[in-house]
Every structure is written in structure tokens, then in C-alpha cells.
Design a binder for this molecule. Structure first.
Ligand SMILES: [Zn+2]
Length: 148
């Protein structure tokens, strides 16, 4: 279990990762709410005009594999670098109309997602893992568990 399930330890971990991915001057907050889409591991709200990102985690975050949780954190943090790309589109929304704006906005969103996912997948491997709780006495560690 990551951080022994202590949710208050997510913020310091995110701060450490944020500093390592070029977000030293950003405020990184952990939301009390789950992601907007319940099937997502996490989501981020990058605040307009501010260097503030609010990250929401799935209620079962502590059950994540440590490498997956690190990747999820890296992924959400990298959105802070690129989500601003969509804001200029909002400035022309009324000019171009819904028929152009909606597919354009969705296309930009999709490509942001592809880029963030690809970069996070590789970059996260270089970042520190979250601390795992020690296994229960008698419980097999990950290395002891056989895989087929
Ligand atoms: Zn994403």
C-alpha cells in the first residue's frame, strides 16, 4: 500500500515530482474530490491564468502499483505544462461557432493526451517511487510472489 494509505503524504510526493519536472514555481494541490470520470486514476484542473494545478485521485489510489502511481502523478503534472494550449481556442469559440470549435477543441485535447501520456511513460521511470508500506508479517513480498 502506497504511503500506508496516508492521503496527506500525496502532496509532499507531488511537490517532489513537480520540482523534478520543471514545475518549481507552481502550486500543486490535492483535491478532496475524486476525478470527474470515476474510471480515471486521476485528473487535473490547471487553473486559468495561474500556475496552480489541482489534482484529484481515485478513491482507491493507495492500492495502485507504485510504478503506476508514479506514472499517474507524472502524467497529471505534465498536463500543467501543456493544457494552456487549449485556452486560445476559447477566445475564438464564438467567432468560429460550435461546429468548428467543438471538434477542434476535442482534437487538441486528444493530442495533448497522447503527448502527455507518451512523455510521462518514459519520464516517470526516472522519478522517485512513492514509499510503500511494509508488508504484513507473513505476507509474501512482490519478489516472492511467483508469476506464471
Ligand atoms: Zn491526461
Amino acid at each position: 500500500m502506497i504511503f500506508d494509505g496516508d492521503r496527506d503524504r500525496i502532496a509532499p510526493y507531488l511537490r517532489e515530482l513537480a520540482d523534478l519536472v520543471g514545475l518549481r514555481d507552481w502550486r500543486i494541490l490535492v483535491s478532496d474530490d475524486p476525478p470527474e470520470h470515476p474510471e480515471h486514476a486521476a485528473s487535473v484542473d490547471v487553473r486559468y491564468g495561474l500556475k496552480v494545478a489541482v489534482i484529484s485521485f481515485h478513491p482507491q489510489w493507495a492500492e495502485s502499483d507504485p510504478e503506476q502511481f508514479r506514472n499517474t502523478c507524472c502524467h497529471e503534472l505534465l498536463h500543467a505544462h501543456v493544457n494552456h494550449v487549449r485556452w486560445p481556442l476559447n477566445n475564438v469559440a464564438e467567432l468560429v461557432g460550435k461546429a468548428i470549435y467543438d471538434p477542434l477543441y476535442q482534437s487538441v485535447t486528444d493530442y495533448i493526451e497522447y503527448a502527455v501520456d507518451a512523455i510521462a511513460t518514459e519520464w516517470a521511470k526516472t522519478l522517485p517511487l512513492p514509499v510503500m508500506a511494509p508488508p504484513f508479517p507473513g505476507k509474501k513480498t512482490r519478489k516472492e510472489v511467483k508469476t506464471s
